[in-house]
Design a protein. Structure first.
Length: 124
């Protein structure tokens, strides 16, 4: 937990080597657009220059956006960012790999974010 945000980081095994970050925190005022901006800020703090795309709704509580990145030592990357809100809970899932390997790994990326579920209390 960092500054009230629960953070999970992992990398899938070779050959896919997809970087996965999940951020979870409480703030009932956040919108999905705010969460996308939070993802950009998180990645920027990791040294990446991020260009996010537009959010596409995946249901009332979820939206997904693709993004491109440039990292000083790792080069160009491509990401898929899932954002979700549920009462007071907020979730950001960032999945990415090198730009040239994204298409080959897209089905794995989609399977990972597609399996995400939110389980929240009533917020009271």
């Amino acid at each position: 937990t960092i500054d009230g945000i629960d953070v999970f980081a992992a990398t899938t095994p070779a050959p896919s080597e997809i970087d996965v970050f999940v951020l979870a925190y409480k703030d009932k005022t956040r919108t999905k657009e705010d969460l996308l901006n939070d993802a950009v800020e998180f990645l920027t703090a990791l040294g990446q220059e991020v260009t996010p795309g537009d959010l596409k709704a995946e249901g009332g509580d979820y939206a997904v956006a693709d993004a491109t990145t440039v990292h000083p030592s790792r080069g160009k990357g491509k990401l898929r960012i899932l954002v979700g809100t549920d009462i007071t809970d907020n979730y950001v899932m960032i999945l990415g790999t090198e730009e040239g390997r994204f298409a080959a790994n897209e089905s794995i990326i989609d399977a990972i974010w597609g399996s995400f579920e939110m389980w929240s209390d009533s917020g009271e």
